[in-house]
Write a protein that binds this ligand. Structure first.
Ligand code: ZN
Length: 235
């Protein structure tokens, strides 16, 4: 009998010395406090996630996730950095954390500068250029020259239906007609294009859809506030 894994990784970034990262699955339970009916259960799930990542005893520093393109550096743990959608650190012991339903977590890692970041990218943040902003921030703030990016689970370009008012904000490369006046938006492709244009060395994708995989909560399958989490930390 197979058991559900507690967390998944970007395979190409899983064995990087110094980098810890992962995405929690339904096996850990919801890690989102915002619409939680049982806060204690969520807090317990967050502790489980830390333990699974080998980071027990450390504090989470949460991305505020306001669907913009602001980025901040983290030099010491704080409960939440509001008004940003990406955090970056060069300090071991800092655990960057964000919660997601259908938006994309993006892991950024420069093995030479030993700097890591975590992005929260939904359609608004993607349209605002949050991935571009995060890579530029790593370059400007930390001198990063060799950033590698891993795009985690999110709603895929076959499942993410949007109206014409949203589709119209994106390059035609990233939208396809869905019929009945709707469009399909490929957020992973839009972010991959931003990352490549920003000059990263590599973009990896786990290519798992939150709407199609049972492993992750999807706002479109379960609009109940359930969230999975992403962690990025340095050893
Ligand atoms: Zn899908």
């Amino acid at each position: 009998m197979r058991t559900t894994p507690a967390a998944l990784h970007v395979p190409e970034l899983a064995d990087e010395p110094g980098l810890v990262h992962g995405f929690s699955t339904v096996a850990i339970g919801s890690v989102g406090l915002k619409h939680a009916s049982d806060r204690n259960a969520v807090l317990a799930s967050r502790q489980t996630f830390l333990r699974v990542m080998g980071l027990e005893g450390l504090a989470l520093t949460a991305v505020g996730s306001v669907h913009g393109a602001e980025v901040a550096r983290v030099d010491e743990p704080v409960e939440s950095v509001d008004d940003v959608d990406a955090l970056v650190t060069d300090r071991p012991g800092i655990v960057l954390f964000a919660t997601y339903a259908d938006c994309y977590p993006i892991v950024l890692w420069d093995p030479e500068a030993h700097v890591a970041g975590l992005v929260h990218a939904g359609w608004r943040g993607t349209q605002a250029g949050v991935s571009t902003a995060a890579v530029n921030f790593m370059r400007d703030e930390y001198g990063c020259r060799h950033v590698r990016a891993g795009i985690g689970p999110g709603i895929c370009g076959r499942c993410y239906e949007v109206g014409p008012e949203v589709a119209g904000k994106f390059d035609a490369r990233f939208v396809n007609p869905a019929g009945h006046g709707k469009w399909l938006l490929d957020l992973a492709a839009a972010n991959a294009a931003q990352l490549e244009a920003a000059g990263v060395d590599a973009v990896y994708e786990v290519a798992m859809c939150t709407k199609e995989s049972y492993l992750f909560p999807s706002h479109r399958r379960h609009p109940d506030g359930t969230r999975f989490g992403a962690i990025v930390a340095l050893r």
